[in-house]
Design a protein around this ligand. Structure first.
Ligand code: ARG
Length: 469
């Protein structure tokens, strides 16, 4: 359908100035279609909004505008159904779609790029894509929190050892331990929401870098695409990739949380602990040792953190020192963001699956929680509270009691009152009320503490803060 009046040029993107085409290597290093085809839906949405605005401002006829919008819908269907053939010679998703549009509707397609550049176009597409991804991540994080909250409620009274330095420290409840992660994932959601709020400005209308002489309406396009406002400065609009860096920063911090939890699952599944059981759904066997059951999903969720950090550092390095405005370096922004999004989504899905799958081995946890004189602090606190001993002295007295019990190979609760009183005569029978792990956790009623009643209240509070109920 194209008219013969237009001279043929060497390249559809750059027009008449080039006499011959690029070398094969140039084409390969330049092309982004292999990965930026993931932006097709956002590219089409952005183009349709742009076309509608051009019509509203009298820059484009409504006949051409309609043809463009309908043609783009057809292309969207073609891509979704896998019928669309992507071409490396056409470099990127923007040119692939525009050239197909010309095949479908003829010369009107050439009017779509009025008052627009691929620089503001790609920045818009990519913001839309990251925004969609942030919304999807939020749902996944919320689902993970919901799963953790359910388990925390069920196990508000399940006692396990709490660790510092991975040494048994004081008994806590399993529910309380899980709630710690609910808070971490809640902050992650906050970071993604903050990133989204800053991201939500429209680059389109910045042109290549300087703005445009056409009487466009950037505010209308912003509203059409769900942005809060247009980016205020055209140079910044085409140069900024903070939004991608912020997404990857938030993802990196979230991956630290996922990897810490995954590491705990690995530890809990190990022979030295046996605190939880994972089913066949989240474990694998060994090709050599028939008895093995390995927590591979947890290990891989732990490992995904490494590549997500790498993605962030990679793009930080690409962006540093780039002069304004657009440079082709910035085409390297997409793969790390896609990789981060995919890795995070998979790690979150695996983690959520493991939480729902895991079965705590309550007896093992309880037995381990009483080891290593984990209630020694309760003895010291009792001396302070009941016998009015200064805490430093109580700490010293308790040290002697532990030393005695250790030498005898018994637990504090198995010592006789006489043995206790031989170390400090102020100790009375009442002390045995605080030395069990049950009494220990029940006494931790300070706000944010591990007492079962607290944990139940904390589950409700977290539901209200994070679940919207
Ligand atoms: N594929 C390019 C990118 O991802 C689109 C922008 C190209 N702009 C240009 N002036 N060549 O960055």
């Amino acid at each position: 359908m194209s008219t013969n009046k237009t001279r043929k040029s060497a390249n559809v993107q750059w027009g008449g100035r080039f006499a011959s085409g690029p070398s094969e290597v140039m084409e390969r290093i330049n092309a982004s279609i292999g990965f930026d085809q993931r932006l097709f839906a956002q590219d089409i949405a952005g183009s349709q909004a742009h076309a509608r605005m051009l019509v509203a401002r009298g820059i484009l006829s409504s006949k051409d505008g309609d043809a463009i919008v309908i043609g783009l819908d057809t292309i969207s269907q073609e891509i979704e159904s896998g019928e669309f053939t992507f071409s490396t010679a056409l470099e990127d998703i923007h040119m692939n779609i525009e050239v197909r549009l010309r095949e479908l509707i003829g010369d009107a397609a050439g009017r779509l790029h009025t008052a627009r550049s691929r620089n503001d176009q790609v920045a818009t597409d990519f913001r839309l894509w990251v925004r969609d991804e942030i919304d999807a991540v939020d749902l996944q994080l919320k689902a993970l929190q919901s799963e953790l909250l359910g388990k925390a409620k069920t196990h508000a009274e399940t006692i396990m050892p709490g660790f510092t330095h991975l040494q048994t420290a004081q008994p806590v409840t399993f529910g309380h331990h899980l709630l710690a992660y609910v808070e971490m994932f809640g902050r992650d959601r906050g970071r993604f929401a903050d990133a989204r709020a800053r991201l939500n400005e429209l680059p389109l209308g910045a042109g290549a870098l300087a703005g445009t002489s056409f009487p466009i309406d950037r505010h209308a396009v912003a509203e059409d695409l769900g942005f809060d406002r247009p980016v205020a400065n055209s140079l910044d609009a085409v140069s900024d990739r903070d939004f991608a860096l912020e997404f990857m920063s938030a993802a990196s911090i979230s991956m630290t949380h996922i990897s810490r939890f995954a590491e705990e699952i690995v530890i809990w599944c190990s022979d030295g602990f046996r605190f939880v059981k994972l089913s066949d759904a989240y474990t694998t066997g060994s090709s050599m040792m028939p008895q093995k059951r390995n927590p591979d999903a947890a290990e891989l969720a732990r490992a995904k953190a490494g590549r997500v950090f790498g993605d962030l550092l990679g793009l930080l390095t690409v962006m540093k020192g780039l002069p304004l405005a657009y440079s082709k370096d910035m085409q390297e922004d997409k793969e790390p963001v896609f990789d981060t999004a995919d890795s995070l989504a998979l790690a979150l899905a695996a983690t959520t699956g493991m939480v729902s799958d895991m079965e705590p081995m309550i007896e093992n946890m309880r037995a381990a929680s009483g080891k290593s004189y984990s209630t020694a602090t309760d003895l010291a606190d009792w001396l302070v509270r009941v016998a009015d001993v200064p805490f430093r002295d109580a700490h010293g007295i308790t040290g002697f009691v532990v030393k005695y019990a250790e030498a005898k190979g018994i637990n504090l609760i198995d010592m006789s009152l006489e043995e206790m009183q031989a170390i400090d005569e102020r100790i009375t029978n009442d002390v045995f009320n605080v030395l069990s792990v049950e009494a220990s956790v029940a006494s931790r009623t300070s706000f944010g503490g591990t007492a079962p009643d607290n944990v139940r209240a904390a589950v409700n509070d977290a539901r209200a803060r994070f679940m919207g109920d």
